[in-house]
Ligand binder design. Structure first.
Ligand code: PLP
Length: 340
């Protein structure tokens, strides 16, 4: 099923591919698992995932490097994070080896859907796990399904990353002592109303503050923040209610070891925002999106270094990480994993 897609004009959307991976957990163990072609999931009406949102997910990309290999980026960290998320929702763990094998199997089976090098497009991979057996009393399911599907996605920024305008959200994305640090649909459900409202008001994203005190910077609905100080340090929020982004952790390493910058991973007060030189969002989909301004109740905070285009240090971080991912700059051991 070879399709010639218009890679450069693909959006970030779902495009059904031929194969997906499925394994089921029952009586305390995962079955052998394998590839299937049916894109639909058939579940009992009372399945744990449908009633009590017992589901967690991951997101990563496969793409071609310059020398013609299909690779993915740090899948071991996705496996680890999926298991941390699963543990928090009383779901079983999937061994890291099986997670990575499933990713490789799906990408190889849908090889035709990996966009060519240089198009900016990639194959987005979505692993997820859900409670499948009926649960009507409030309790975790006993049976689970882990699936991996993939979908080709276009370049996140057509014509380069333009700085976005964001706003401080009037809502919280997570409960103060809740599940804000896991990758789960329940946190996204919490952010939907806020994002729709922000869009209606002309903002691209929300900045959520810490739910307990609303004095500290957390993240957006689906990306972590990085800030650059006027003396060129990388500052990024530390909190137990934000998701540990793999892109953010990689950028911290790149800043320190490739660009010789100082890195501060600490609480970031809302009141500090006005003193930063550059701001950006980071996550797998866009890698880095520059933030040009943040709307607050007391007026806008503008980042002059990055109002029209990506700020100079953010750009260096972005270019270096992208270069590492695509095999143009030597990667730290284990970061770029070959699939084919
Ligand atoms: C996935 C996700 C991110 C980004 O994480 P990456 O590992 O960099 O893709 C950030 N915040 C939330 C809430 C997420 O779900």
């Amino acid at each position: 099923m070879s399709q010639n897609l218009d890679w450069a004009n693909l959006g970030f959307g779902y495009h059904e591919t031929e194969y997906r991976y499925v394994t089921n957990y029952k009586d305390g163990k995962w079955d052998e698992g394998g590839l299937i072609t049916d894109a639909n999931v058939v579940l009992n009406e009372c399945a744990g995932v449908l009633q009590y949102a017992q589901t967690v997910f991951e997101g990563l990309k496969a793409y071609y490097t310059k020398d013609g290999h299909i690779v993915c980026f740090r899948p071991d960290l996705n496996a680890e994070r999926l298991n941390n998320s699963a543990e928090r929702l009383i779901m079983p763990k999937l061994p890291e080896g099986r997670f990575v094998e499933a990713i490789k199997a799906v990408v190889k089976a849908n090889k035709d859907m990996v966009p060519p090098y240089g198009t900016g497009a990639s194959l987005y991979i979505r692993p997820y796990m859900m409670g499948t057996n009926p649960v009507i009393g409030v309790k975790p399911a006993d049976e689970y399904q882990f699936r991996v599907f993939c979908t080709p996605v276009g370049p996140y920024f057509k014509g380069g990353a333009k700085p976005i305008r964001i706003k401080i959200s009037d809502y919280d994305r997570a409960a103060p002592h809740g599940t804000g640090d896991i990758k789960a649909g329940l946190n996204y459900a919490m952010s939907l109303h806020a994002i729709e409202e922000a869009h209606e008001q002309g903002f691209a994203e929300n900045m959520f503050l810490d739910p307990a005190t609303r004095t500290k910077v957390e993240e957006t609905g689906g990306a972590n923040f990085i800030f650059i100080t006027k003396d060129n340090k990388l500052v990024t929020p530390k909190s137990n209610s934000i998701l540990p982004s793999i892109t953010r952790r990689s950028l911290m390493y790149v800043a320190e070891h490739y660009l010789g910058m100082q890195v501060e991973h600490r609480e970031v007060l809302f009141s500090e925002l006005k003193d930063f030189a550059e701001a950006g969002l980071c996550g797998t989909a866009a890698v880095v999106s520059p933030v040009g301004s943040i709307h607050t109740k007391d007026g806008d905070i503008n980042f002059p270094a990055g109002m029209e285009e990506m700020g100079p240090t953010t750009k260096k971080l972005y270019d270096t990480l992208l270069g590492i991912q695509h095999g143009e700059i030597e990667a730290p051991e284990g970061w770029v994993v070959r699939i084919d």
